[in-house]
Design a binder for this molecule. Structure first.
Ligand code: ASP
Length: 345
């Protein structure tokens, strides 16, 4: 009797496995087609601004490009193994946040009080999920906190003290002493901005930014994500928040188009830059190049603002317009060709 059971039980087990694997196959067949389209691409920026070849020593420009390449590598590694665009965008932005060369994370500019308030946002196109943080002071990688807001909170945007409290609840969010963000170069920029403000007796903010970072990726499933991270504008006052953490202004993504902006945030908010570029592609059928060019080189300057943007569409087309002296940028096209640049080459 015992022997018989011993024979039957494994057979039953086998039958159960066969049935459940058949059910699994059935389920897979009825799932939406998520087959890889194999076309993937990545574009990043390290900020637009009033820069010229003379204003950045050649050795510094090389180091900036080295870090742009490291960010491209980090994002591309995710895309090449079939990983999600959202993951690629965060991976690329973390590298730029950890670099002292860009105005995000480690290299963030000083506000008027000599502190740092960091902003970031991220959006996933096909789900239209989004997350953002504004004015955080102890979060090493604000892009990760923005992603946590999207994935682990019922909200889209958290600011200041509340965002810090939310960070306290997230075990994978690294915190630092605010002094971590102090760098000599940014301190000097604050002194220069204050001197200029005194001389001109104005609160002018033009030319007080450069180095916000962003990324837009298209993954093998045909999904698009976009993200942006910044220290904002040097000498900013009164908890000023720019466009970077505002969905539609500094960051936007649908399943057809993704954008990350960099520029004089007050204008980017009023022109709803990132959304406007994607809306032109989606509603008017404009090419990505035309849409991005019109918004960055017509709408924004006509309003009196300046800056640039990176954009990517579902076919892997990339646009990187800017109306300033330069914009650090890097790209990898669907055919694998890649490059980085800072100036108007
Ligand atoms: N857009 C950012 C802001 O206004 C600055 C930048 O892009 O450099 O905060």
């Amino acid at each position: 009797m015992h022997r018989l059971l011993l024979l039957i039980i494994p057979l039953l087990g086998f039958a159960t496995i066969s049935v459940s694997s058949a059910a699994q196959n059935q389920k897979e067949k009825t799932m939406p087609d998520n087959s890889p389209n194999k076309k993937f691409a990545l574009v990043i920026h390290g900020g637009a601004g009033v820069v010229s070849r003379e204003s950045i020593p050649e050795a510094d420009a090389k180091l900036m490009q080295q870090d742009l390449n490291r960010a491209l590598d980090a994002g591309y590694a995710v895309l090449s193994r079939g990983g999600p665009a959202l993951e690629a965008v965060t991976a690329a932005i973390i590298v730029l946040e950890d670099s002292p060369w860009f105005n995000a994370g480690k290299g963030s500019v000083f506000n008027a009080e000599g502190g740092h308030e960091l902003d970031a946002s991220v959006m996933e196109g096909h789900t239209r999920r989004a997350g953002a943080v504004a004015g955080v002071t102890t979060v090493k990688n604000p892009i990760l906190l923005a992603r946590s807001v999207m994935e682990k909170s019922p909200h889209v945007m958290l600011a200041g003290e509340g965002a810090e409290k939310f960070a306290d609840t997230q075990k994978d969010i690294e915190r630092v002493d605010p002094k971590y963000f102090d760098t000599e170069k940014r301190w000097q920029q604050l002194q220069d901005a204050k001197a200029k403000e005194m001389a001109e007796l104005t609160h002018t903010v033009q030319g007080t930014y450069f180095g916000t970072v962003g990324a837009v990726a298209l993954d093998q499933q045909g999904h698009i994500a976009a993200g942006t991270s910044t220290g904002g504008m040097t000498n900013k006052k009164w908890s000023r928040v720019g466009d970077s953490p505002i969905i539609g202004a500094g960051t936007f993504a649908t399943d057809k188009c993704g954008v990350s902006g960099t520029g004089w945030g007050e204008f980017y908010i009023r022109a709803v830059v990132a959304h406007d570029i994607c809306a032109r592609v989606e509603y008017r059928g404009d090419s990505l190049a035309l849409a991005a060019e019109d918004v960055i080189n017509k709408i924004v300057p006509e309003m009196g603002g300046d800056g640039g943007a990176i954009a990517l569409d579902k076919d892997g087309n990339i646009a990187m317009p800017f109306n300033t002296g330069g914009m650090s940028r890097g790209w990898i096209n669907p055919d694998g060709t890649r490059g980085t640049a800072i100036f108007r080459d």
